[in-house]
Design a protein around this ligand. Structure first.
Ligand SMILES: Cc1ncc(COP(=O)(O)O)c(C=O)c1O
Length: 474
């Protein structure tokens, strides 16, 4: 058994689970969702029935019935005398049904491949005889590609030498590598909440204690809170998404960028900027260069072709001062021996026409965003559907903490989504739902229709008190 979750923590993570009758099925659904989106890892020991009943203020028989239901669906196993433990997801679990007919999967915000990619792959393959004569991978990255990446930064006002670039297998691998080098067990790391959950997972795995700084759809970054958190906790690192933050889609203003940089410099923190979504501008317009630190080593940038071209390339990079790049190169082989040269050769060709690619991406995202915003505003007028100017998703305010219940309902109707709390750093966000607009508009319109039905079912099943309080203020 790997870990255990306390009754208090599980009750907190479940949030507003009581959304339908009978209560034990609602509780079982809530725990199922935590298993599906990995907030409860496999082989986690669950609290004893009596303890969980106390923390949730329900009868022990309700918890016993919920655990029985979870055993029947293969989500947990119980052994006499040693309690209940979560199991790895089953093959037929909805969390795994990525390509089943008729399912719409909006769990990941993954745009389709840029249409010219197959052609570039074919050209690269035709010239691959020289490539396969070499080892085919290396820990630092091909010089041609590092030069192309460095040139792009320099053109954007961030002068960069190829020695300041390390090519990785996607941004996720870059986040993991940077975290493993910069963080020691128990170190504080400042992160936005909500944030990109796989980054939070990587930071936690490196031993970080996360300090959340709110980003909201209305107000953006809470800079005062961020400044206080920098000053009070002296984080070794801050992980930030200044452009088209995932999931809210917000971008920092020039003043917010300066304030964050100054606060980071004062507390001696390394600012790790995840710019995976930075080129996904629909109608925001360019920003002046920012986060130009006086001291080398203060700012690290992470980039990727995952959203602009295709996640399947698994191509990302780190831009940092030469000293940190050398430390990353030294640490890398323990988990990854390098990025395949074939993908790097493709990436080099792609960067030669990157402005056109980004332009086409913008059109695709605009079509998805406009279709989704219109469909959702018509389907569920009570939700606050925000205006976003780029990025990959809408962060919708539902008005009531029923995101997890809604996601479970949508799953039974063939629509896979990730509930708001998965993006949270310190619990909460069950009032929010992330809906990516990276799928084709027709699919997004169908998804909005499914959400309308699922929301009606959640409303019908939830105790009236959940809605009364909200309707009183609407
Ligand atoms: C903000 C952010 N960072 C990193 C990643 C991971 O990117 P990659 O596919 O390059 O590993 C994603 C992908 O969703 C993302 O949204």
């Amino acid at each position: 058994m790997d870990s255990r979750v306390s009754a208090r923590m599980l009750a907190m993570t479940l949030g507003g689970w009581r959304t339908r009758e009978p209560a034990y099925e609602a509780l079982a659904d809530g725990i199922r969702l935590l298993c599906l989106d990995n907030r409860l890892a496999p082989r986690t020991a669950l609290p004893a029935e009596r303890e969980l009943a106390g923390a949730l203020r329900v009868s022990r028989s309700t918890v016993a019935a919920a655990y029985r239901s979870l055993r029947e669906t293969g989500h947990i196993a119980s052994m006499r005398g040693s309690g209940s433990v979560t199991l790895p997801l089953g093959r037929r679990d909805p969390g795994r049904t990525f390509t089943a007919d008729g399912m719409i999967d909006l769990q990941q915000a993954s745009p389709p491949a840029w249409p010219g990619l197959a052609g570039i792959m074919a050209e690269t393959a035709a010239a691959a005889s020289g490539l396969v004569a070499r080892v085919g991978y290396d820990v630092l990255g091909r010089i041609e590609l590092r030069e192309a990446i460095a040139r792009r930064y320099t053109d954007r006002g961030v002068p960069t030498h190829p020695d300041e670039v390390l090519v990785t297998t996607g941004a996720q691998s870059a986040i993991h590598l940077v975290s493993s080098v910069l963080i020691a067990r128990g170190d504080r790391v400042l992160v936005e909440t909500p944030t990109y959950p796989h980054a939070a997972d990587a930071l936690r795995r490196a031993g970080a204690r996360l300090v959340g700084v709110p980003v909201t759809t209305d107000e953006g970054w809470d800079v005062d809170r961020a400044e206080q958190a920098f000053a009070r906790t002296l984080p070794v690192m801050a992980y930030l998404m200044p452009d088209f933050h995932n999931p809210t889609g917000h971008s920092m203003s020039a003043a917010e960028r300066s304030a964050m940089l100054a606060a980071g410099e004062r507390s001696g923190s390394v600012l790790v900027l995840d710019e995976t979504t930075a080129d996904l501008d629909i109608d925001r317009g360019p920003r002046e260069p920012a986060f130009i630190a006086a001291e080398p080593g203060t700012v690290v940038r992470i980039g990727s072709l995952g959203k602009t071209v295709w996640g399947g390339l698994r191509l990302g990079w780190v831009r940092a001062d030469g000293e940190l790049i050398r430390r990353l190169v030294a640490a890398r082989p323990a988990h990854d021996l390098g990025t395949p040269e074939f993908e790097q050769a493709i990436a080099t060709s792609l960067l030669a026409r990157f402005d056109d690619i980004v332009q086409q991406r913008s059109q695709l995202l605009r079509a998805g965003r406009d279709a989704l915003v219109e469909a959702l505003r018509a389907s569920v007028p009570s939700w606050a559907v925000p205006e976003v100017h780029g990025g990959v998703s809408l962060w919708i305010e539902l008005g009531v903490p029923l995101s997890s219940a809604l996601v479970m309902q949508a799953r039974t109707r063939g629509l896979l989504l990730t509930a708001g709390p998965r993006f949270s750093v310190e619990g909460g966000h069950d009032r929010h739902l992330r809906v990516p607009f990276t799928a084709p508009p027709e699919e997004l319109i169908v998804a909005a229709g499914v959400l309308e039905e699922a929301w009606a079912a959640v409303r019908a099943g939830a105790p009236p008190s959940t809605f009364e309080a909200v309707e009183a203020v609407i």
